[in-house]
Design a binder for this molecule. Structure first.
Ligand code: NI
Length: 185
């Protein structure tokens, strides 16, 4: 397995529409494994293919041990709504409150091409919605009010030099290190 570079805000790949997966090959399954490894190393709870520079319609999720590969996902139903703070592995250190459906049911394929449906509440529902947005070229900052988005972008301008070429290098986890996990996705 290998840890992949994460693309950050400013990389055009994050705004591209993804392409549905039609071939469930060993290469695809390797990409899925690498995306999980990258997500865990970056201490995220979700990661979508565009975030590692790919255009497949695919994301991985692990919210409190609920682990899913969602390929060609679609949201079948949405219920309720709630606002909570979100962060994104592709926009490090920027957070903002986003209103999302409280519960969603998603239909997707797994890495072997098998169809499944999953319903999730709260953070899992939020993570599914955030990742599926990534597959449509949408980012959480798009939901912020004009004022809050402008403030977030000003803050981002000050830190984006840390990511030359819009690339964020992820290091392997240091055993025993203490991390403050905010649950970026
Ligand atoms: Ni994200």
């Amino acid at each position: 397995m290998s840890i992949l570079d994460i693309r950050v805000l400013g990389d055009p790949v994050l705004r591209k529409e993804t392409t549905p997966v039609t071939k469930f090959s060993d290469d695809l399954r390797k990409l899925v494994r690498d995306m999980f490894e990258t997500m865990y190393a970056a201490e995220g709870i979700g990661l979508a293919a565009p975030q590692v520079g790919r255009t497949e319609r695919l994301a991985v999720v692990d919210v409190e041990g609920a682990r899913y590969v969602i390929i060609n996902p679609e949201i079948l139903s949405r219920d309720g709504s709630g606002k909570a703070e979100e962060g994104c592995l592709s926009i490090p250190d920027i957070y903002g409150d986003v209103e999302r459906a409280e519960r969603v049911t998603v239909r997707a394929l797994d890495e072997n091409g098998a169809a499944f449906e999953v319903s999730g509440n709260a953070l899992l529902a939020r993570c599914f919605q955030h990742e599926i947005d990534h597959l449509d070229g949408k980012l959480f900052i798009d939901y912020l009010s004009t004022l809050k988005r402008r403030a977030a972008l000003v803050k981002w301008e000050l830190s984006k030099d840390e990511y030359p070429g819009n690339v964020r290098k992820i290091l392997s986890e240091v055993p025993g290190a203490h991390h403050h996990v905010k649950g970026e996705m």
